[in-house]
Design a protein around this ligand. Structure first.
Ligand SMILES: *Cc1c(COP(=O)(O)O)cnc(C)c1O
Length: 224
């Protein structure tokens, strides 16, 4: 099956209200263009410079999501065009995004990355750290970012119950933050969870954005 067909097949499996972020990291531009020509417009990348290069070379109505760990000094590469940044894991990074967004006269949508996995290697913040950002004076003065929800990556394991517990934790944290900080704020509504191996569980636990790479584009030969 070609990329266009496999992406359309995959989208049919998703319930309404769950958006597909097609993760095209390490994949060549012609494959992305195939998916685009089949009608898919939302793509995710995890490296700022690779994302910037693909943005320059591909149609300008592609909606780009930054899903990978982002260093503050690299925000400038993507600030002119990026649609959503999923991986905000510090106040410092959020300040950098706000500053670069302001330079570009934009408001950039962001998700806080919540640490839900038990593995040491996964980035992300504890709920307390997210709350302290939301309560800070620095946050209050930011005019060029918008927090639209949470992102999380579950542990890479065969233990389905553990994965479910981790997704439930993201779901519960989302609603507790909504009650405490985003009452009546309609744009705070996204739960970015689920990858190729665990998206069915994520959807079951209330995901609104799944980030799917290998299931659509095939295995990557580089691990990242
Ligand atoms: C690579 C990546 C994905 C997609 O992974 P697959 O297992 O190929 O679906 C999703 N989210 C993040 C943050 C990634 O880095």
């Amino acid at each position: 099956m070609n990329i266009g067909d496999s992406i359309l097949e995959f989208k049919k499996k998703l319930p309404p209200g769950v958006r597909l972020i097609a993760v095209s990291k390490t994949k060549p531009e012609d494959l992305i263009l195939e998916a685009y020509n089949a009608g898919h417009k939302i793509f995710g990348e995890n490296k700022a410079q690779e994302l910037s290069r693909k943005y320059n070379n591909l149609p300008k109505d592609i909606v780009w999501h930054m899903i990978g760990h982002l260093q503050s000094n690299k925000v400038k590469y993507i600030a002119p065009f990026v649609s959503v940044i999923h991986s905000v894991d510090s106040l410092k990074l959020l300040q950098a995004i706000n500053k670069e967004a302001e330079k570009n006269g934009r408001i950039i949508d962001c998700l806080f990355q919540l640490k839900i996995a038990r593995e040491e290697t996964k980035f992300g913040m504890e709920p307390e750290e997210i709350k302290s950002i939301l309560l800070s004076d620095e946050y209050r003065t930011m005019k060029n970012i918008r927090i639209i929800g949470l992102m999380g990556m579950a542990t890479f394991t065969d233990n389905q119950q553990q994965i479910i517990t981790e997704f439930k934790f993201l779901h519960d944290t989302f609603f507790s933050l909504q009650r405490e900080f985003f009452q009546g704020v309609n744009y705070f509504r996204e739960r970015s969870m689920g990858m190729s191996d665990d998206y069915t569980l994520a959807v079951q636990e209330g995901s609104t954005m799944v980030r799917i790479g290998s299931l659509i584009f095939g295995q990557r030969n580089i691990i990242n």
